[in-house]
Write a protein that binds this ligand. Structure first.
Ligand code: 5AD
Ligand code: SF4
Length: 476
C-alpha cells in the first residue's frame, strides 16, 4: 500500500511555521509522505492565524474550495490547526461538516493520532452507502483537540525535519501574558510557558550536530523568557550565554521582544556575545502616548526611547525593527503624525505596518472602529513610505563595504544567490555555485535597492577567518 500523502499550508507568524514543522515530523514518523501539490494529498491541513481578519478570510475561502473538492472525494481529510481552531472550534465543528479535525496550537503533540482517527472515520463513512447523510451525522462531532493539551515542544523534536539545512527556529516559550487590548494571541495561545534552559540547549545542540549554524529563538515576548520558571533563574540573557557556547553555532537571533523587558542584562549579553545577531525586533506599535495607553502597552514613547539609549550606549551596531498598528480606535491625525515622527527619530531599519483589525473577544473590539478604512489605508501608505526611505538609507550605507552573508538559496527573481547579513539584511550576488548555500561568504556591496542590496562575491577564505567578527562590516 502506498503511503498516505499530506499537504500542510501555514498562515501567519514564524511560530506557526515552526509548529508546522513539528506537525510534519509527527506525520512523517507515522509513515505519511508530503504531497507535491495539494491536489495529490489525501490529508489537507491548514495551520491557521487569527491575528488579523485578513488572515482568517484567506482560510475561510480556502475551506470553501475544499468543501467543493470533498463532494467528489469524500475520503479526503481536511484539518484546521492553530489559532483559528482554538478561536472558532464551535463554528468549525457545528457548521463545517467537511472539516474532519480541529486542533488548537497547544495540542499538536499527538496530531498523528488525531489525523489517523479522522482518516479511519472517513474510510468507514466512505464504505457506507449513504455518504452524504451519514457523514453529516458523524462529522457533527468532529475530532477536536483544543485547549491546554500537550504542548508540541514537550515532544522530542525530530531535528531533521526543517526547511533549511543551516538555519533553524527554536521555540523557547509559548503563549503570551501581556494585556494588549487589540491582540487575540493571549486567547488563542494561552498563558506563557517557558521551556527550561537545559532542554533548549539540548535541542540546539542536536540541531547544530545536524548542520545548523544559525538559530532564531522564538517567543511572542521572547525577552520575557523564563519569568514563569520560578526559582530557575532563567532569563533570555542567560539562555543566550548558554547557547553561545555551542562551538559550531555561528549566529543566534531572537524574535519578538517587548519593550518592557529590554533590560541591562539583555543589553550586556547582546553587546558582549559576538554570535548574537545585530538586530532587535522591538515593536513600538505607535508613537503616541495616548494610543499606547489605550492599547495598554505599558510604556510611553519617552520610556521606549530611554531603553533604546541604554541599548545604543552599549551596543551601537544593533539595528532596530518594529511593528506598527495604524487606525487604532480613537487614533487622531495628530497621533498618527507622532508615529511618523518616531519612525524617523529612531531610524528603524525595517518595520511591519498593519491596519487595525478588530478581533472579536478583545477589549479593543468593544470600542468603535472609528478610523475609516480609507484613512487607515492612507496612514498605512504614509508610514510605509517613511519606513522605506529609512530602509533605503540603511541599504545605501552598506555600498562599498564588505559584509558576511549566510547564503540561503537562489533568488526567485533572477537566479542569483541570496542570503542575509548578521543585521538580517537581504543580499543578492551573482554565482552559479549552489554549494555555497548554507555557507558564510564575504560580499562586497555595490548597489542598494529598496528592500535588499546587491554585491560581488569575494574569495571565500576571508569569511572563514572573519567567522566570529562582531560587526557586519569587514572593511575591504
Ligand atoms: N490588528 C492589526 N494588527 C495587529 N497586530 C496584532 N493584533 C492586531 C490587530 N488586531 C500586529 C501587531 C503585532 C503584530 C504581530 O501584529 O503589530 O506586533
Ligand atoms: Fe499580542 Fe501584545 Fe502579546 Fe504581542 S505582547 S502577542 S501584541 S498581547
Amino acid at each position: 500500500m502506498t503511503a498516505p500523502k499530506y499537504h500542510l499550508t501555514s498562515y501567519g507568524c514564524q511560530m506557526n511555521k515552526l509548529d508546522s514543522e513539528l506537525v510534519e515530523s509527527k506525520l512523517r514518523q507515522r509513515g505519511y509522505e508530503p504531497a507535491a501539490t495539494e491536489a495529490e494529498a489525501s490529508v489537507v491541513l491548514l495551520n491557521t492565524c487569527s491575528v488579523r481578519q485578513h488572515a482568517e478570510d484567506r482560510v475561510w475561502s480556502k475551506l470553501g474550495k475544499l468543501r467543493i473538492r470533498k463532494r467528489s472525494d469524500p475520503s479526503l481529510v481536511v484539518g484546521v490547526l492553530g489559532c483559528m481552531a482554538q478561536e472558532h472550534k464551535r463554528y468549525l465543528v457545528s457548521r463545517m461538516p467537511h472539516v474532519d479535525l480541529v486542533v488548537g496550537p497547544s495540542a499538536f503533540g499527538d496530531i498523528d493520532d488525531t489525523v489517523e482517527m479522522a482518516r479511519s472515520r472517513n474510510a468507514q463513512i466512505a464504505a457506507e452507502r449513504e455518504p452524504a447523510k451519514t457523514r453529516h451525522e458523524v462529522q457533527g462531532a468532529g475530532v477536536v483537540t483544543v485547549g491546554q493539551g500537550v504542548s508540541g515542544d514537550l515532544i522530542r523534536r525530530d531535528v531533521r525535519v526543517r526547511p533549511h539545512r543551516s538555519q533553524a527556529f527554536v521555540s523557547v516559550m509559548r503563549g503570551c501574558n501581556m494585556p494588549c487590548t487589540y491582540c487575540i494571541v493571549p486567547t488563542t495561545r494561552g498563558d506563557e510557558v517557558s521551556r527550561p534552559i537545559v532542554d533548549l540547549v539540548e535541542e540546539a545542540q542536536r540541531l547544530c550536530d545536524d548542520g545548523v549554524t544559525e538559530i532564531t529563538l522564538l517567543g511572542q515576548t521572547v525577552n520575557a523568557y523564563g519569568r514563569d520558571l520560578t526559582g530557575q533563574n532563567a532569563t533570555l540573557a542567560r539562555l543566550l550565554r548558554a547557547l553561545h557556547e555551542i562551538p559550531s553555532l555561528r549566529r543566534l537571533a531572537f524574535i519578538t521582544s517587548h519593550p518592557n523587558f529590554l533590560n541591562q542584562e539583555l543589553v550586556d549579553a547582546m553587546a558582549e556575545l559576538p554570535k548574537v545577531a545585530r538586530y532587535l525586533h522591538l515593536p513600538v506599535q505607535s508613537g503616541s502616548n495616548a494610543v499606547l495607553k489605550a492599547m495598554r502597552r505599558g510604556y510611553t514613547v519617552e520610556r521606549y526611547l530611554a531603553r533604546l539609549d541604554m541599548l545604543r550606549s552599549k551596543a551601537p551596531d544593533i539595528e532596530l525593527h518594529s511593528d506598527f498598528i495604524v487606525g487604532y480606535p480613537g487614533e487622531t491625525a495628530a497621533d498618527f503624525e507622532a508615529t511618523v515622527d518616531l519612525v524617523n527619530r529612531v531610524g528603524f531599519a525595517q518595520s511591519y505596518v498593519f491596519k487595525y483589525s478588530p478581533r472579536p473577544g478583545t477589549l479593543a473590539a468593544e470600542l468603535p472602529d472609528d478610523v475609516p478604512d480609507a484613512e487607515k489605508e492612507r496612514r498605512n501608505h504614509v508610514l510605509l513610505a517613511a519606513q522605506e526611505a529609512l530602509t533605503w538609507q540603511h541599504n545605501r550605507a552598506l555600498v562599498g563595504k564588505t559584509t558576511e552573508v549566510l547564503v540561503e538559496g537562489v533568488s526567485k527573481v533572477d537566479g542569483r544567490l541570496s542570503g542575509r547579513t548578521a543585521h538580517h539584511r537581504l543580499v543578492h550576488f551573482a554565482s552559479q555555485d549552489m554549494d555555497l548555500v548554507g555557507q558564510y561568504v564575504p560580499v562586497l556591496v555595490t548597489e542598494a535597492l529598496a528592500h535588499s542590496v546587491v554585491g560581488d562575491l569575494l574569495a571565500t577564505t576571508a569569511a572563514q577567518e572573519g567567522a566570529h567578527d562582531r560587526s557586519e562590516v569587514v572593511h575591504p
